[in-house]
Design a binder for this molecule. Structure first.
Ligand code: ZN
Length: 264
C-alpha cells in the first residue's frame, strides 16, 4: 500500500523533537509521500523549507488560513506569490472561509480568500481549500473563479450531502480525514464517501490534529501523525465497500495527478 497524505501540518511545533521518526513511521505504514500544509506566511515558508529538505518525500502548499486572514496584507500577498512559484509548492492554500470560529472577521476572510484565488489563477496552480460553516459564501466565490484555476480540493470535508454535490458539480476534489472515524460528528461521512468518484477522492490526516478516534491503541499524547493515514484508508474502504488496496491505489493515483507528483 502506497499512500499520499495530502494534508499534514508537519511544521507544527509538536513534530519538532522527533521529526525524522515521524517520517520513518509514516514510511513503515506505507505513507511515503506527504503534502505539508502552509497555513500562514511563516508556516508556508517553513513548509517549503521542509519540502526542500526532503525531496521526493515532502511537497508543500503556500497559503493563509482563514483564521489568519487579518494578517493578510500586501507583503503577505507578494510573499505567497513568490513561494507559490517554487516547484516544490504544489498548491495555493490552505485558504477558504471558516465561520465556525470567526477568528478573523468575515469580510476580511472573503478578501484574503479572493486574493489567493487570484494567485492560483495567475500561476495556474491547484487550490487547497478549507471551509467550515461557510458553504454559501464559499461556493459562491469559488464558482466565480473555478474556470480560472486548474483544480481545487476541499480539504477535510465534513459538510452535508448538498455541499458535497455542489463541490462535485464544480469538479472539485474532496479530502477526507479521520473525522470520518468520529462517532459523535462524523457518521454522516460514512455514507457520503460512497458517492465520491474514485478520481476525486483523496485522503489526509490533518496531523497533528484530528487523531482518528478508532485508532487502537490510542497514543497517550493524542498527537495525530501521517502513519495513521493507513487506518483512515481502511475505514474509508470499508465504508465504500471496496478493498483497502483499491481505495489506496485510487486515492494515490488521484493525488499524484492533482499535485503533479512523480510516481513513487
Ligand atoms: Zn483546514
Amino acid at each position: 500500500m502506497q499512500l499520499v497524505d495530502i494534508g499534514a501540518n508537519l511544521g507544527h511545533e509538536s513534530f519538532r523533537h522527533d521529526f525524522d521518526a515521524v517520517l520513518q513511521r509514516a514510511r513503515e505504514h506505507g505513507v511515503g509521500r506527504m503534502i505539508v500544509t502552509g497555513a500562514s506566511r511563516e508556516g508556508s515558508e517553513h513548509a517549503l523549507a521542509l519540502a526542500h529538505a526532503h525531496p521526493g518525500v515532502l511537497w508543500a502548499t503556500a497559503g493563509v488560513h482563514p483564521h489568519h486572514a487579518v494578517d493578510y496584507d500586501d507583503a503577505t500577498d507578494a510573499q505567497l506569490r513568490e513561494l507559490a512559484q517554487d516547484p516544490a509548492v504544489r498548491a495555493v492554500g490552505e485558504t477558504g472561509l471558516d465561520y465556525h470560529r470567526n477568528y478573523s472577521p468575515r469580510e476580511t476572510q472573503l478578501r484574503a480568500f479572493e486574493r489567493q484565488l487570484a494567485i492560483a489563477a495567475e500561476l495556474g496552480k491547484p487550490l487547497f481549500l478549507h471551509q467550515r460553516d461557510a458553504h454559501g459564501d464559499f461556493v459562491a466565490l469559488l464558482r466565480r473563479w473555478r474556470d480560472r484555476v486548474p483544480a481545487a480540493v476541499v480539504h477535510c470535508f465534513t459538510d452535508s450531502r448538498e455541499a458535497l454535490a455542489d463541490y462535485l458539480a464544480l469538479d472539485c476534489h474532496i479530502g477526507i480525514t479521520g473525522w470520518i472515524c468520529d462517532e459523535r460528528r462524523g457518521t454522516h461521512l460514512r455514507e457520503l464517501v460512497r458517492g465520491i468518484p474514485a478520481n476525486r477522492l483523496m485522503i489526509e490526516t490533518d496531523a497533528p490534529y484530528l487523531l482518528p478516534r478508532t485508532v487502537r491503541p490510542q497514543p497517550s499524547h493524542r498527537r495525530n501523525e501521517p502513519m495513521y493515514l493507513r487506518h483512515i484508508c481502511m475505514e474509508i474502504a470499508r465504508d465504500r465497500g471496496e478493498a483497502a488496496e483499491t481505495t489506496a491505489a485510487h486515492s494515490t493515483a488521484t493525488a499524484e495527478a492533482f499535485f503533479g507528483l512523480p510516481p513513487a
